[in-house]
Structures are given as structure tokens and as C-alpha cells.
Design a protein around this ligand. Structure first.
Ligand code: AMP
Ligand code: ZN
Length: 109
């Protein structure tokens, strides 16, 4: 499959992996849009938020718990968590991921 994030997960493409377990990774975004910009990515290839299935409930909850633990360990206590869904919304990599944005002040949305 021609998916950048699957390639990163399979170590076919280099990336700065900050966290990894059997279900997910957290990497540094290569083109950061904030002072701190990480991406939390499940190892399972799911194209968009709309493709999340009932079978993925545990995985989706798990990702949030790891993000909690990861940000706490980094001393981050305020962050914006973003998932773009669909091209019009700004999604460019069609393998779901949460943007973890921090290290600065943001607007309200
Ligand atoms: P989105 O537009 O929501 O699909 O977000 C995709 C994100 O992936 C963007 O912020 C890109 O900067 C980031 N990105 C693309 N290629 C790579 C890569 N090889 N390593 C790390 N981040 C990447
Ligand atoms: Zn993928």
C-alpha cells in the first residue's frame, strides 16, 4: 500500500519516532505547524475518521490514554488535539492521525 505512515510504521521510511508500542506510534511532524507538533498514529491503516469502525473502539480509546501519558511525561499540560477528516478539511495523509500541537498560544477553535 502506498501510504507514508504505513511505510514509517514498517520502517521503510525514516522518521523521528518518540513512542512506539504494538498498537501505535508517536512521531515528530516533519513540517511542524506549531512550536511542538507530534503525530499520534495507530499502526492499523484506517483512511479517515469516517472509516473508524465499532471494532476500533478500544484502539481509539487507547490512543487517547497513550497521548495523555506521553504528554504528561513530556511536561506538556496544554495542547490542541486535531484530526482532519477529508481533503476539504485539510487531510493530506489518508491514514488517521491525531495532531498534538503545543508550545504556544492558540485561538479558540
Ligand atoms: P494531515 O494534513 O492532517 O493529513 O496531516 C499530515 C501531516 O503529516 C502534516 O502535518 C505533515 O507535515 C505530516 N507529514 C507528512 N509526511 C511526513 C513524514 N514523512 N514524517 C512526519 N510527518 C509527515
Ligand atoms: Zn497507512
Amino acid at each position: 500500500m502506498d501510504c507514508i505512515f504505513c511505510k514509517i510504521i514498517n520502517k521503510e521510511l525514516n522518521s523521528e519516532i518518540l513512542y512506539e508500542d504494538n498498537k501505535m506510534i508517536i512521531i515528530k511532524d516533519i513540517y511542524p505547524k506549531a512550536n511542538i507538533h507530534y503525530l499520534a498514529i495507530p499502526k492499523k491503516h484506517i483512511s479517515t475518521h469516517m472509516d473508524i469502525d465499532y471494532n476500533d473502539q478500544e484502539l481509539m480509546g487507547y490512543i487517547h490514554l497513550v497521548i495523555n501519558k506521553f504528554t504528561k511525561e513530556k511536561g506538556i499540560n496544554s495542547y490542541k488535539l486535531v484530526m482532519n477528516c477529508g481533503y476539504e478539511a485539510g487531510q493530506r495523509v489518508f491514514h488517521i492521525h491525531f495532531h498534538i500541537l503545543s508550545g504556544q498560544k492558540f485561538g479558540e477553535v
